[in-house]
Write a protein that binds this ligand. Structure first.
Ligand code: HEC
Length: 161
């Protein structure tokens, strides 16, 4: 009991005070470190064009070739590529389903039309401007459009030739 009277600050109040003082000290050190950052310090050099630097190692060209190409149907190709011009008759492209416009074209024969669609003819771009299309996809697309204008082209027969 006498011990209690001799102490000016009891341990129960001293401990929290030490913790608070410690926190203030830490905060002060952090703030002064942040403020003390030299103004003229050189910025960390930015490594520009990382991609260029790693290019010779990172370029892999086999990927595109090794991915198996799955042919889309003639209808899918027409919708995705050919319809862009042939739906509305852009640049006088023969309109899909227009027998008057397709008649003379169809008369040239399936094989010739397919060749023209693959190689391009006049304002018609080769493969409709999409070099990724396979020969079979072009043949299917030609049959799809021509058949909607009265032809009876069969891509399977063309492929067997
Ligand atoms: C950028 C527009 C455009 C796209 C896309 C396009 N065509 Fe054409 N196509 C034309 C035009 C224009 C003509 C008419 C060319 C001419 O006879 O002067 C044409 C003509 C044709 C003809 C008739 C060729 C002939 O000998 O009379 C075929 C067949 C044809 N296109 C197939 C296709 C197929 C198949 C696709 C899709 C893979 C396609 N076209 C995509 C513009 C296009």
């Amino acid at each position: 009991m006498s011990n209690h009277d001799e102490e000016h600050v009891s341990p129960s109040t001293l401990q929290p005070m030490v913790i608070i003082l410690g926190l203030i000290l830490v905060a002060t050190v952090v703030v002064s470190l942040l403020l003390a950052k030299p103004a003229g310090e050189d910025p960390v050099p930015v490594v520009a064009n990382v991609e260029d630097n790693i290019k010779p190692i990172a370029t892999v060209e086999v990927a595109a070739a090794s991915v198996a190409h799955v042919d889309k149907s003639g209808e899918e190709v027409v919708k995705a590529v050919c319809a862009m011009c042939h739906a509305a008759g852009l640049m006088n492209a023969p309109k899909i389903g227009d027998k008057t416009q397709w008649g003379p074209r169809i008369a040239q024969g399936y094989e010739t039309l397919v060749q023209h669609a693959q190689a391009g003819i006049r304002t018609m771009p080769a493969r409709g401007g999409n070099p990724d299309l396979s020969d079979a996809e072009i043949a299917g697309a030609v049959a799809n459009m021509a058949n909607q204008a009265g032809a009876n082209f069969d891509p399977a027969k063309l492929a067997k030739k």
